[in-house]
Write a protein that binds this ligand. Sequence first.
Ligand code: ADP
Ligand code: ZN
Ligand code: MG
Length: 480
Amino acid sequence: MSREDYEIVIGLEVHAELSTKTKIFCSCPTEFGAEPNTHTCPVCMAMPGALPVLNEKVVEYAVKAGLATNCEIARNSKSDRKNYFYPDLPKSYQISQFDMPLCEKGYVEIEDKNGEKKKIGITRIHIEEDAGKLNHNEFSGGSLVDLNRAGVPLIETVSEPDIRSSKEAENYLRKLKSIFEYIEVSDCKMQEGSFRADVNVSVRKKGTKEFGTRTEMKNMSSFRSIVRAIEYEADRQIDVIEEGGKIEQETLRWDDVSGKTFSMRDKEDAQDYRYFPDPDLVAIRLSDEYIENIKNNLPELPESRKARYMSELGLSEKDSNLLTASKHLSNMFEEASAICGNHKLVANWLLSDISRILNEKEIEADQIPFTAEQLAKMITLIEKGTISSAIAKKVVEELFENPKDPEEIIKEKGWIQISDEGAIKEVVLKIIQANPQSVADFKAGKDKAVGFLVGQAMKETKGKANPQMLNKMFIEELKK
Ligand code: ADP
Ligand code: ZN
Ligand code: MG
């Protein structure tokens, strides 16, 4: 049998750090990047006798996430202790939720590989605390513990094993990320680990009902690695099965450099954790009014923004999809359009050159270093004819490297478009002189020759000449 005879089955567990100001059970700040162990107190350092108190905002954010992903919200819920030892977990247990999560039975809609709409089931969303961080090798090979992250609130979103390819997994993750960004429960900065996924993969022969044994790759935080890891792992499992072997249920580590997975440990079971209700915390009871109130105050979701772009702005479905896929991109689009008043041009630049550079740099829209104002300014310069689109391309590159007012950029670089008749004429005459063949072609009826000459003139002026003026003047001169 070949690879085509198998189907990949994927289920994802996503951890998103909530953007509450304070931690889940104490009032320490959640801010990223502080000096080690400065955002700590007796509660999140697990001093004896220190007691947790649940941050109400955490419940609110989790309910928001549940409502935005079509979940049922539990009126009764509770906190449980998940027991395990690790040096970044000072209590030796994590406060999580076991059998009574806040949200259950939801779904998000994605596009499958044929571009058809497909629902991916969400089993549950529960709240829990993050662990600290180990910094390895900073002092003579040892490890140091930083507890700033200990107690930062997380929501864990567990999907049903409904995902059937690496592309669908990426689409699902992008969708979930964009929903969390829109409802402002998490900043979802993957590079800071605030949106990360445990990836469960199995394979089965097509047409089989039962799932195969899965393996799990933990804590992955880049779309590219997740896609590569799924492809590699599915191939590896198929090879094992084809050779008559059996897949072990285990936790694997993905190594981005070698592009392979390595065995880490046997998969642990729920019973290994000895879950039990945390006696230090009261049960969570939510009233219908409380939930209704959150529902009525949910911000606009990507789907409705997309619909608005299509109906109000006349953008295509594809463009609307791309623009709304990330809240940052979509916000930048709206802000820049509001400033310069030309949403078509803003959309074009965001979806062409700017998206291309994001891809090349392998960064996400939230890492765009320039502001909507700066983008709008550039659009205005194009509209006024101060710069050509050839120069605007260079301005965009520069905005990524050295973000500042585009007007300053073009002044500094001397990139102002040449729109002076005399100067244009000078270039046109020079190019005509140097290209007698093209002149002859034009006279013989080959209109295309003008395009070539304009290209030469652009080269001569390093892209600074106004292309419309060039075009017009070449024709005038050639017809003389
Ligand atoms: P755990 O926390 O032990 O990893 P769960 O039973 O909650 O446990 O499952 C975790 C994830 O694994 C879920 O997203 C689920 O969809 C996925 N999953 C379960 N069985 C399979 C399978 N056979 N193949 C792929 N994914 C699976
Ligand atoms: Zn604290
Ligand atoms: Mg798991």
